[in-house]
Design a protein around this ligand. Structure first.
Ligand SMILES: Nc1ncnc2c1ncn2[C@@H]1O[C@H](COP(=O)(O)OP(=O)(O)OP(=O)(O)O)[C@@H](O)[C@H]1O
Length: 288
């Protein structure tokens, strides 16, 4: 009963008002408006997302959680421009998203690096593709700066097979950041990493985000990761016809200290609330 009390409290204080009321004085930077996505399949149309609405503000850090297959990647792919809504609109900085662009960079769980190219070259190729006319020395300086930012100055000449998983993900983050995107989309970026590397990279990501203040949309399955990183946690219902179930404000002051926020009683209220959402209210057979 105590928990139920706490949940109601969180729901009233953090979820009770529609975002348009809570954030009325801010301009939405990423707008997902009444988006539905239907995939054609051999068994007929498959409606993955149905009526998804979300406004993300400039410089916000958003995490998205939901059970496997609910449509998280599909949703963020529509922001990156790799997928398109069947109906509804996705806008970034007021313009409809029609295709991928350098203003929206994606970091994937599997790094997506070219294995025969060095770390330097992997980042350089992206910088060169976006800024072909910049002087060579400037492009190389951008690459060096971003590899240094993720602590890989010494590993610039190594190829992905010579790098650990954490190092590969650092290259991937450096590559995304080197383009100076307005929106960074991370699809379970730390899902394949061990716990210590994951925590190190979460801290680095927060530091970089704090310095550059791009808008971040990140998919994760890890509630603790979301509570450490996000300003808001978007919780999706199960598919088919998935939508956004609730959005949880994460109130911890920044810069965040992992140990300190875990001592905050609100941490466990929020954690339990999210767990209850996933494993009771929207329990799913596929996920234990
Ligand atoms: N191109 C496609 N054609 C048909 N069905 C698809 C296609 N892409 C995804 N799906 C289906 O849409 C649903 C949502 O997939 P999506 O990858 O967006 O989910 P997710 O929440 O990101 O999953 P996970 O957490 O496992 O990565 C799944 O049932 C998937 O099988």
């Amino acid at each position: 009963m105590n928990n139920a009390f706490a949940y109601t409290d969180i729901a009233r204080n953090r979820l009770g008002k529609p975002l348009s009321t809570v954030q009325s004085n801010r301009q939405a930077f990423v707008q997902i408006k009444d988006v539905c996505k239907v995939y054609p399949t051999k068994n007929g149309p498959f409606t993955v997302l149905d009526g998804v609405n979300l406004s993300v503000y400039e410089g916000e850090f958003i995490c998205v959680i939901g059970h496997s297959g609910c449509g998280k990647s599909t949703l963020l792919n529509m922001v990156s421009g790799f997928a398109h809504p069947t109906s509804g609109d996705v806008l970034v900085d007021g313009s409809p998203v029609t295709k991928p662009g350098p203003d929206r960079m994606v970091v994937f769980q599997n790094y997506a690096l070219l294995p025969w190219r060095t770390a330097f070259e992997n980042v350089y190729l992206a910088v060169n593709a976006v800024h072909p006319n910049k002087p060579e020395a400037e492009k190389r300086a951008i690459v060096r700066e971003h590899l240094a930012m993720v602590g890989l100055a010494e590993a610039a000449d190594k190829k992905p097979p010579q790098l650990s998983g954490g190092m590969k993900q650092r290259v991937s983050i450096a590559r995304a950041l080197a383009i100076r995107p307005k929106v960074m989309i991370l699809d379970e970026p730390f899902g394949a990493l061990d716990a210590i590397t994951k925590e190190e990279l979460q801290e680095e990501l927060l530091k970089i985000w704090n310095d550059h203040k791009c808008t971040v949309l990140m998919i994760t399955h890890d509630i603790d990761e979301a509570l450490f990183l996000a300003d808001r946690l978007v919780m999706m219902t199960n598919g088919p016809h998935a939508k956004i179930g609730e959005v949880l404000d994460i109130p911890f002051a920044r810069p965040r200290d992992r140990a300190r926020i875990m001592e905050d009683p609100q941490y466990y209220q929020l954690r339990n609330y999210a767990l209850d959402f996933l494993y009771n209210r929207f329990a799913h057979d596929d996920v234990g």
